[in-house]
Design a protein around this ligand. Sequence first.
Ligand SMILES: Nc1ncnc2c1ncn2[C@@H]1O[C@H](COP(=O)(O)OP(=O)(O)OP(=O)(O)O)[C@@H](O)[C@H]1O
Length: 291
Amino acid sequence: MKFKNIHFIINPISGKGKGKEVIRKIYSLFPKENIKIKITQKKQDAFDFTIQSVHENADLIVSCGGDGTLNEVASALINQEVPLAIVPIGSGNGLARHLNISLNEEQALQNILNSKYNIEKIDCGKINDTYFFSNAGLGFDATVVKIYSQQKQRQFVGYLKCLFFSIFKYEPIKISVNSKSINYTGKIMMLNISNSNCMGYGFSISPKASLQDGEFDINLVEKCSWAMFSWIGISFLLNKKLSKKRRQFNSSQLTIETSAKYMQIDGEYHILNSKRLQISLIPNSLNVLVN
Ligand SMILES: Nc1ncnc2c1ncn2[C@@H]1O[C@H](COP(=O)(O)OP(=O)(O)OP(=O)(O)O)[C@@H](O)[C@H]1O
């Protein structure tokens, strides 16, 4: 095995408690002298444990959890040499899918053990003081995530239900977006900023997004009727533009002024405490094991 001091950061409740099963598998697969296991108990633990692991000279840090845990571990590794590996046990797993990491936890662990992955540098995103790795959004997708975060059914069917309920809850929001490629002020249905090409569950609204191109792939959907928005939803599935209300552009820097009270960041619900969002891409800032 290539790595001699692997630290596993495990969220035991991720993916309906799959984390506990992962702990057993790690102990059965990896030599004890080469590993350290840290189990999170609450939000922020994964971030703090990762910072600690860097100081303890870990040569690989493995996030075993969903997108929330992954966001915390990766945020602590920006501009550090030590690489990140992912054992995806959440529900969406957007970044892991983009990186072609096995969604079977035992296989993902075997691939780390047998050094099947390569180390590559990827771009990361920053919104004010918060990092993101997969995608972030304001408007409709944020409403879906907000409703999803309040319910217990954390699987695809649950997600579809939230999508349906969001149609009745959602109100278009006022926004002003400024970047080198677009200046837009008006009401929107949604604004999604993608670093990776996958939002979770294999679903993508920006299939050309690359983690290594130095730019975000951005989709802005202007306020429109629900019939038109549904049509645009179909355009996302077919990967065709189909409507002038959907604008697509690339940028590495954006400034947003918004009346929105919340947004989604890597599929997690975030309350906004500022009306001004400074969004920037940090190129080649994270070392990740990829397939
Ligand atoms: N022991 C714990 N008990 C309760 N919550 C925890 C614990 N450890 C971490 N958390 C928090 O649990 C939340 C959800 O974690 P995570 O996203 O990894 O799993 P998930 O919700 O199953 O996956 P996904 O986000 O892909 O649906 C995170 O906000 C994390 O900080």
